[in-house]
Ligand binder design. Sequence first.
Ligand SMILES: C=C(O[C@@H]1C=C(C(=O)O)C=C[C@H]1O)C(=O)O
Length: 445
Amino acid sequence: MESLRSGDGRRDPADGPLVTRRRELADVSRGAVLDAFEPPRGLWTPPDGPAIAGWGAASTIAADGPDRFAAVREAAERLFSGLDADGEGAVARPRLFGGFAFHDDHDPVGPWEGFAGARFVLPQVQLVWGDDAVWLTVAAVDPPESDAVDRRLDAVAEDIEAAAAETPGEPPGVVERERTTSREEWRRQVRAAVERIEGGGLRKVVLAQALSTDLGAPLSVPDAMARLGRSYPDCHRFLVQPEAGASFFGATPERLVALSGRTVRTEALAGSTGRGDTPEEDEWLANELLDSEKDIHEHELVAEAVREQLAPFAGSIRTGQRTVRKLPTVQHLQTPITAELDDVEHVLSLVEALHPTPAVGGLPPETAWETIKETETFDRGWYAAPVGWFDAAGDGAFAVGIRSALARGDRATLFAGAGIVADSDPDREWDEVQLKYGPMLDALE
Ligand SMILES: C=C(O[C@@H]1C=C(C(=O)O)C=C[C@H]1O)C(=O)O
């Protein structure tokens, strides 16, 4: 793709205006376009709301350390303060896409090279599939003249309309698997966590594992995303590809937070069981989950913590009914939580307040964090951390990066975890973790 600017997009956002131009396109298939342009690229397909794809970097914001949420917000405010956008089609407004690492002290090395503690990209090319139209938005920081962006818009529109849908290839297959945590080690880890909980001081901790795989061929990420689209249409499907050959992707059932104006949508998703082989067994398992004291406790710790984290921002918080969320390999307890903010807030302030919820971290947060760092033998990187987008107004949508994998060429590392409470049984938690690898194995095999 011809670029309006050289360099890697890391120019200081204060350096010049951000010029964006948009236009409506004839229907464009997601499968056809994802491969049309080179990385960096990203894809966000939520179960509700528009699907969004982005390519290239008009601007990149990266930050590390505990102040990364505020650093991203401030850099974005500088970038958007110079926004010169044409007006029509709100769905086509420019957005920054990206996410965060799980831990504040994340080091983007080894498998996580390219994935900073926080990394967001304002794409050179953004496509949004709205309710009745597909919108193309082209962006450049400090272009030589604003006509250049209009010309670019025409050229990109032509390329996109010419992109032909290719027949999706076969999955690469998994030829070799290696667990970071053996069953024996897992038992020890869970027993130690349970002892810590019984000793007081820790109420819940989510322990995770990774599964390293060798694939039969290099992974075609567009094909993998298409497979996830067919099998997990009710999940947030996401792809973050900061550079060629490095893809963090997933199909997560868990919304972290969506903010539109002052309306906040979030949820508690925790407490799990498998799917039955027959409709009767499936219903039995669902009812057992709904009545399980252990799972209700594990779940309510999350709901309570989410409400507490939101309380400083919102006087009115509504908790919906606890129900069972059925996914192809697991079922979870789920409670929707909505709120109206007292004041206008940036979605990143809510992301910072909520991450990590005890659905992926634990309680109290600091002790859980320490337990995770002392226990786990792999690097969580961006697993179980916020991934999503936000706009110039501070609205946005973030999911929790679970049911996810990091792929590089013909290798992929899959991540999955389980909440540990006082009456957790190590073998049941082990089985639960294996079921949670299901979505990513479905994308690979
Ligand atoms: C940690 C994961 O899932 C989380 C933990 C759950 C649980 O412990 O019951 C359920 C859903 C998620 O909030 C994962 O999928 O890796």
